[in-house]
Each structure stands twice: as structure tokens, then as C-alpha cells.
Ligand binder design. Sequence first.
Ligand code: PMP
Length: 362
Amino acid sequence: SFKRAHNFNAGPAALPLAALQKAQEELLDFNGTGMSVMELSHRSKDYEAVHNRAIGLLKELLAIPENYDVLFLQGGASLQFAMVPLNFLPAGKKAGYVMTGSWSEKAYAEAEKLGEVFVAASAKEGNYRRIPATEELKYGSDAAYLHITSNNTIFGTQWQDFPDTGDVPMIADMSSDILSRPFDVSKFGLIYAGAQKNLGPAGVTVVIIRHDLLDQANKKVPTMLKYGTYAKDNSLYNTPPTFSIYMVKLMLEWVKEQGGVAAIYKRNQEKAALIYETIDASNGFYVGHAQPDARSLMNVTFRLANEELEKKFLDTAKKSGFVGLNGHRSVGGCRASIYNAVPYESCAALRDLMVSFRKENG
Ligand code: PMP
């Protein structure tokens, strides 16, 4: 017997119980091999089947068009901040960045070391409460690419619809909301995401890349920093993070069993509504950080009247078995990260806690 926590960690985050149990079941003897997936050669048929199944499931679940490849890399989303400009920001061109939070700032800062960049729009004024409107985006048709952060993990804002960028490739950091809702992959040149929020455990980064970008990429990039290396060898040029990819496969199988991304999206909306409605009905006891039209379905950020009351709330939550509700160390306050694998029941339990805490302290 075991007791699962109400896990609101921002990443690494909750995984589906069914995926963990499957991994447990298969741990000592995977598919009759007499060993775990961790112990398999990455060149074996058994591992290759896992690898290709993970890629195939992601293509199916996100309806990824034929002219895109799915790649598995390491180094986290943070390495993508450098790999994107290394591959796609040639001398004489400029890349535009839409600033919607700390992770956009980090992506911009990394690109600035490698080439010419500009801010295409920014929501920094007002402390990243909103997402710039499409009309605010300023970039020329000669821009190398336009970079956006689809979900802002720290501030709790999320793009509601994506712009059409025409011939300028749109590149998105989707680390904290990939697979949480359906979207049109064909609007993007490249999408990247660290797996440890919505896709699986830490250790693998997923990249979805359009073929024409691969063709245009800078050739003089070290082997392991070049997307082409991964595309050419089906992400098996060197040893990939096999166990992480196996867990991604199990998580994708779970998403499929839930009814796919459309069904997950519906549940994510219901989960987030439980908490946002509690904030909105609290008469200002809880104050949401994001503007209502920019609210994230993945990271719900809110404050209480003062830090003392926030501390009391977080202490009460901790005593009741809730984990990970403190805001990011850079902004404080409270944050509930409610990625795909966080159960509805945990969100309902959080709502109940927020209601009773307000009754006792309001
Ligand atoms: N981008 C976003 C939107 C994130 O939320 C994070 C991690 N919280 C990162 C990038 C950095 O990811 P990693 O730790 O995988 O480098």
C-alpha cells in the first residue's frame, strides 16, 4: 500500500500512476529480455521498438504533418536556447523574441551571445501578466525566426492562439504546455520541450522540426549541437537517454488511453477552472497574477494579502499533504502546476483547501 501526494510540482512533475505501475511491472524483465529497459543496448531491436513507438505516438497525438521530424535530445530546454541560434541565426540576419517571462529572457540572452536579436514584443511592463496581441508583434519578413514561449511556467500566462508568421519560421518553447491542448503544428518551424512536465521524466528534450529548416541550418556547428545529426540517425547517433524515452512512451500511451489530446485538454480546462473560479469567488482573498485572458491552464499563479498569510497558507497546505505550491523563487507567492498527469481529484482537493483556509483566515 502507498499514498500518493497531491503533487503540484512545476517540473519534474507528477507522472500518471498507470505509467509508473507499468514501469514497475516491466522493471526487472522487459518484454522477456531478462533485463530492464535501462540495461538494454540502444542498438537492440527491443529498445528501437520503444524509441520508434514514442516517436510514432507523439506524431499521432499531436497530428504532426509528414514534413516534420521528432527528435530526442539532451541538455534540457536550456540547451535549446543556444542550439536554436547556433543553427538558425546566420550573420547578417536578426532573430525576433517575444518576451513573456523569465524563460523568454533566458532564451533571448543566450541568442544574444551568438548573433543579432531584437525584441519583437514584450509583456515585461506590468510584470508579465499578459501575452502581447498579434498586432503588437514587430518583425520584418527578413527575420531569421520569431521565438515565443507558449506557456510561461513562472508567471502563469499562456498564448491562447498562435500568430501566423508567414515565411518567418516560428520557433516555440513549449516546455510547460506541450500535449496539454490541440494546436496546429504546421504554424511552427521548430518546437522544443523539456520532457519533465507534460511528457515524462527529466533527461530528454523533444524537438519537432520542419524539414526545410533542417536544410537551411548552419553547417558549421559541432556534431552534437546540430539538429541534422539527430534527424539523420533517428536520434540514435549516440546513446540517447533510453529510460527517459521509455517513460515518455508510457506517458504517451496513457494520454492515448485517456482519449488523446482533445480529451486531455477538456480535463485540463476543468481542472484549471476549479482553481481559477475559487480565486475569482474569493472577494480578493486570493489574487491571480495573470490577466484573465492570458491565464495558463498549466500553472495557476496567485497571491494572498501579504507574505505572512502566504506562508501560513503554504504551511497549512504542506501539513495536509500538498506538495509544490510555493511560487518560483524569483517571484514568490503561490503556484499550482497542474500538468496533464495531475489528477482532477488533486485540483478539487486544492479548491477545498483554498475555500476552508479563506473561511478560517478571511
Ligand atoms: N522553458 C520553460 C518554459 C520552462 O518552464 C523551463 C523549466 N522550468 C525551461 C525552459 C528550462 O528547462 P530545462 O530545465 O529543461 O533546461
